[in-house]
Design a binder for this molecule. Structure first.
Ligand SMILES: [Zn+2]
Length: 269
């Protein structure tokens, strides 16, 4: 299995568990813990969590143990491809009622482990080192069309008085324009929202009488974040495609309905 390390990413394998971390966030190791898990760790999805609970809990315990986080402080929302971003209250737990239809969490509280899960959708890690606040944003193609990243930044400005110029963002492993193939219906949704951004849509082949297109959602999210005032040098792209690397990363496009889920974790120490 290939190593996913690159100029912004380090891959770690310890005690049989594998994950990656981002060099930019590791610069703040004193105050911040984070990772993106790799196969074989699986965190289940909304529909099969109960069924997979034993293995999922075991995996959460393993990764928390590895990174010195308390498993009891995991917070995992019930993600449904919305653009709803919520500031975390006191409560922690998996699929809490108050975290139904939530695809982004922000907090300035310490020791709360924000866990969102991914299989091709885009993980967006946010960190404001001045106001000491973090975010974990699930921006699948639907969340991207609904501009969840923009909503997350607006919320950090509103709740923490963050200056967007201070916010550091990492775009984790996601399906990228090499593999995000769509047809006219989805292409038109992107065109409607983001028609002003150059080179986000590439025309592909015609398959079974249908014109295919490739969409660059990473470029769209970067553009959205820069329009919100983030500095280009503070937006770090992991440059990892989940489909190209499906041997290491759960991918819905590759594995279909049986696909497992990776989790992105971030916590203020
Ligand atoms: Zn790819």
């Amino acid at each position: 299995m290939s190593d996913l390390s690159n100029e912004s990413v380090v891959q770690i394998e310890k005690n049989g568990i594998k994950y990656i971390q981002f060099k930019k966030l590791l610069e703040y190791e004193d105050v911040l813990t984070h990772c993106f898990t790799l196969k074989p760790l699986d965190f289940g999805d909304n529909s099969n969590y109960e069924e997979k609970k034993d293995i999922v809990d075991k995996n959460y315990k393993a990764i928390c143990n590895e990174l010195n986080m308390d498993y009891k402080n995991i917070v995992r929302p019930y993600q449904t491809h919305t653009n709803n971003v919520k500031e975390l209250g006191e409560n922690v737990g998996i699929f809490l009622e108050e975290h139904t239809d939530i695809d982004g969490l922000i907090t300035n509280k310490r020791n709360k482990v924000l866990s969102l899960t991914y299989a091709d959708c885009t993980p967006i890690y946010l960190f404001d080192p001045i106001k000491m606040a973090i975010g974990n944003i699930h921006s699948g193609w639907q969340g991207t069309v609904k501009k969840i990243a923009k909503k997350a930044i607006e919320k950090m400005i509103q709740v923490y008085n963050s200056n967007p110029k201070d916010i550091i963002c990492v775009i984790g492993p996601t399906i990228r324009n090499c593999h995000f193939e769509v047809e006219d219906d989805v292409k038109d949704m992107f065109l409607k929202e983001f028609g002003d951004i150059e080179n986000i849509i590439t025309k592909g082949e015609i398959k079974q009488n249908k014109q295919k297109y490739y969409i660059d959602t990473v470029k769209i999210n970067k553009n959205m974040l820069m329009k919100m005032g983030l500095r280009e040098e503070n937006i770090i792209d992991s440059k990892i495609c989940t489909v190209c690397n499906s041997a290491s990363i759960h991918s819905y496009r590759t594995d279909g309905k049986s696909a497992g889920r990776n989790t992105a974790l971030i916590m203020l120490k």
